[in-house]
Design a protein around this ligand. Sequence first.
Ligand code: UFG
Length: 324
Amino acid sequence: MKILVTGGAGYIGSACTEYLLNLGYDVTVFDSLMTGHRAAVDKRAEFVKGDLNCRDAIFDVIKKGKFDGIMHFAAFSLVGESMTNPGKYFSNNLGAGINLLDAAKEAKVKKFVFSSTCAVYGEPEHVPIGENEKTKPVSPYGESKLMFEKALEWYHRIHGMEFVALRYFNASGATGAFGEDHNPETHLIPLVLRVALGKLKNIKIFGDDYTTPDGTCIRDYIHILDLAQAHELALKKGKCGFFNLGTGSGYSVKQIIEMSRNVTGHSIPEEIIPRRPGDPPKLVARSAHAASELGWKPKHENIKDIISSAWEWIEKHPEGYGDN
Ligand code: UFG
């Protein structure tokens, strides 16, 4: 099967590209390299540098490519930035994404797999969070992803395009070859590991006065290889709809730091600072739907293994991909 991966030079897109290639898929990566890295694109994939805002470019690639499916990762993903510059998120994550959807419809691509997020739930009333939880995003980032999900539903109803929207919880870990390199980095695990490497003085904990056992926020960390597995399963004919992807286990910020001390053998100094606006106290997934409908079985759920894989990658790539 021939698959187009948009955002295949990014963190999750690069891991999925490698996963698909290992299974024998033919993969083309389409990425603007605005936030992605050329070195993160598996050498076995065909690479096209391009921007989804350029309607002609994406129509051209899809028309020529004769793809069986599309995996759409290309998006901006900084929640904080979306609160100060919402237009950037609506125009790229929704507007540019529609160019891709239209091109896919025009070329009669059978399957569209979308990289969505638990941010569509905002501050949920029920935890663990099932897919039937109300979607009430609290940031333009989450809203832009939800709007694109709605567009997918309409394209399905009107044009019959099969779609799978995968709502990830906290993507983490690394494959042997590919890992996390954002600029700026805002995510907890890579920042904690940069402290262990000696690149940062300490890890700032955003608030220890939440209603959780140790006062710090709880998240559901899911390995990118398990996300990749779900994407591949989503390609199967007849799979359609919305699916949460998480392990169902939650770890607090303090637990992640302690486990990282254990994995790295470094002391990792910490400092408590005020809460980061918009952080819900606890986000943990219920992923039973992905298990029953997609046949998804995460294989890398152990938090120690997740952090170890990230640490191995960061030790080998202290400057990330070296192009920031
Ligand atoms: N945190 C710190 N210090 C840091 C960084 C993070 O204490 O330096 C805390 C956060 O407050 C949060 C937890 O660590 O409680 C995890 O934070 P991340 O930034 O790593 O991840 P988020 O849970 O905020 O964000 C993730 C995804 C987003 C997605 C969001 C949905 O990275 O793309 O979940 O809630 F939108």
